[in-house]
Design a protein around this ligand. Structure first.
Ligand SMILES: [Zn+2]
Length: 241
């Protein structure tokens, strides 16, 4: 299972300020967009980048990452498309590298949070934590929220992360991570289906059972990547210039 991050739709916020280019005309790294991303992050995120390297985190960049998640529509199992901005498995990050330095940096930050989370955490809890951390990082870097609902303001007008809105977003968008328990207890997670089409569910205590499928049941499908192997970033390049 991999953690994911939704990409920002280009129309969902004002364009981020990008660092002035022109003063530095040469990028000595493997991808000029990496130079722009690091210029955006540094020096503020120096410790974050140092920690990624110290923990052996790998970063591979892609043009597109998506999933076709199995989904029960109430009548049959079909699929639901999920366009991702990044994914993390263990300490290996896959991320989109686009043209917006701030958005690239936000994706790296979100996925970097995932690389430090214990494997025992529930997927929904991993996403709640990563989105909250990402939005606080966005506030500190003057970026708009990745989803407009994630941001509110305090009484003095300063931007504040709306953690409840993030919870609703993750529950709605991530496949099967928050399935209502028939017993009324804590939420469960849909993790698959049987050959006969029953839904496989994991209770909050980790035990597993099957039940007839309900409309909206979904679970993670395979990751589809373009280009297939991506472009690995040499780890030593993940540092402040
Ligand atoms: Zn995530």
């Amino acid at each position: 299972m991999s953690c994911r991050k939704d990409p920002l739709s280009p129309s969902s916020g004002p364009l981020a300020a990008t660092p002035a280019s022109g003063t530095t005309t040469l990028c000595s790294l493997s991808d000029p967009r990496l130079c722009d991303m690091l210029a955006f992050m540094c020096p503020q995120d120096r410790a974050f980048l140092d920690d990624l390297r110290a923990r052996g985190v790998t970063v591979t960049t892609f043009d597109r990452l998506y999933f076709e998640d199995p989904y029960y529509d109430g009548t049959q199992w079909t699929t639901r498309h999920f366009e991702a901005g990044g994914t993390t498995s263990g300490t290996d990050i896959n991320m989109l590298m686009g043209t917006d330095a701030g958005e690239n940096a936000a994706t790296l930050y979100h996925e970097g949070i995932h690389t430090g989370q214990p494997s025992t955490m529930r997927w929904r809890d991993k996403e709640y934590q990563a989105y909250i951390a990402e939005d606080q990082w966005r506030i500190s870097h003057g970026l708009p929220p990745s989803d407009p609902s994630f941001r509110t303001h305090d009484s003095t007008g300063r931007p504040v992360t709306d953690t409840a809105a993030i919870g609703r977003f993750v529950d709605r968008e991530y496949p099967g991570v928050t399935s209502t328990a028939a017993s009324g207890g804590p939420p469960e997670q849909v993790i698959g289906r049987t050959s006969s089409g029953d839904t496989i569910v994991q209770r909050n205590d980790g035990t597993i059972y099957t039940r007839p499928p309900r409309a909206g049941d979904s679970y993670a499908g395979p990751q589809i990547s373009e280009p297939p192997g991506g472009r690995p970033i040499p780890t030593d390049q993940l540092r402040c210039p």
